[in-house]
Every structure is written in C-alpha cells, then in structure tokens.
Design a protein around this ligand. Sequence first.
Ligand SMILES: [Fe+2]
Ligand SMILES: [Fe+2]
Length: 278
Amino acid sequence: MEASHTSDNIITILFLGDVIGKPGREVVKKYLEALKQPDSAERQAIGAYPDFIVVNVENAAHGFGVTKDHIQELKTLGVDVFSGGNHTFDRKEIFEFIDQEPTLLRPANYPEGTAGQGHCFVEKNGHKLAVINVMGRVFMEPLRSPFLIAEELVQKVSTETNLILIDLHAEATAEKVAMGWYFDGRVTGLVGTHTHVQTADDRLLHKGTAYITDAGCCGPTDGVIGMDQSGVFKRMVQQLPSRFEIAGGPSAACGVVIKAEAHSGRAVDILRIRYSCT
Ligand SMILES: [Fe+2]
Ligand SMILES: [Fe+2]
C-alpha cells in the first residue's frame, strides 16, 4: 500500500465471497484472526484492520443457506454485513430471523413482500457504509431488473452516505461488467459473487469505482466450486441425480480489500485477497 492510503481520510472495506459450509467458516475465522494481529503478513498486506467487513453467506450452512448461529459466529469475528444470493432462502429457519437481522441481506430484486431486505447501513469509526445486494438475471431466476432496483437504492442511500458497496450475485460475467460501468463513479465498490471462482480483473474503473467480476469463495479448493468431486462426477459424467457434499482438503478465503476516500466514497485502491490454509 502507498503511504497516502493509510491516512485518516481513507477507509478500508474487506469483502469476502461466498462462505461454503464449515470449511468456509473456519478459513474465514483464521483469516480474520490473522488480520487482528498487527504484525501478521495478512494485516501487513492490507495496511490496516478493515473499518468494515462484508461477507456473502448464502452457502454458509453446509453449502445451502445460513443459520442464525452462523451469523452470530461471524459477527463475533467482526463481520458487519452479510449478503446473500440464490441460496439465501434454502433453510426454512431463515424466515424466523431475517426480518430481525437488518445486516443480513437478500437480493433486493426479489418480489415485493419477500422476507428480509436488500440493503442496509452500518456505522463504525465515524463512517457510514451502505451495502446493497442484488442478483443477476442471466442464467438465473427471472427477478426484477437488478439495474433498475440498484439504481433506486443507490439514489436512496446516496442521501445518507457516499460510501456504497454493491454485491452483485450473478452468473454471467457480462452482466457484472455492465453493472460495474453503469455505476462507475456512483458507488465505492461493485463486487461480483456466485461463481465461487475468483477473477483476476480487479481494477479501479475510470470514475472511481472499485470493481471485480467475482470475489471468489471461502471454502475448499479441491472440490468443484466447493462441492466434493464424486457427487459432481455422478451428475455430470453419469447424468444421474446425486447429493452434493462439501469437499474436504485445503481451503482458501477469497475476496477483495477496497480503500476509499471516506468523504467522497471514491475508491483509491482494490486488492485481491486469497488466504490459504490446510
Ligand atoms: Fe454461492
Ligand atoms: Fe449463488
């Protein structure tokens, strides 16, 4: 990091992609604990402990959905906001707590009246961050337009803060790239999730938005986007139904760190994170 990025006027946002089951929760825990150590290589790499930590949790419960206990566990580790996607509602119990947990988001473009909400604010260290979660429509459920819903929400939250992060949970790279340019200069960061594979296109767009097509996931590295190979082979090779289980072996936590001017919300740096553990 350059020296100017450590000034008081620069805030640090850590975003981690889809947390997959227990291996994902454990690697996130190890990474966040390493970040708390001022002398650790992980902390040195990003320059400062993050002001805000946002994590996509749609796969935290054995790959499908998230439980109240997982949210509590991640909160204890320092996570501020929990975004979601097409797996958010996989566990029935979420309907019992999503409306009581304003920092647990589901995509904002679900039909009106769906439980939960697609944006929230979090205030820390004298700064207010707005997080917006929307889902793509290409090769996914035909929800309302993520562009138009995000547009409404960006206009709404901009009256309260310039620090705005969008998690676009989407399959198609073009849809994510398009939304990055569409909101360039109007949001601090636009990060993609859902494919579980980190892309190498992290960059600052021309008007000051930090962008990556996919942050990657937090979970096993030797599976097929987190799932055990054998179940996937049964479905893909033999064309038979099979139950997917979380893969074993080593794990990695993937995401990005965004540095931004606190007042303007303009991003000044984006750094890809890939923390591995056995
Ligand atoms: Fe996912
Ligand atoms: Fe997903």
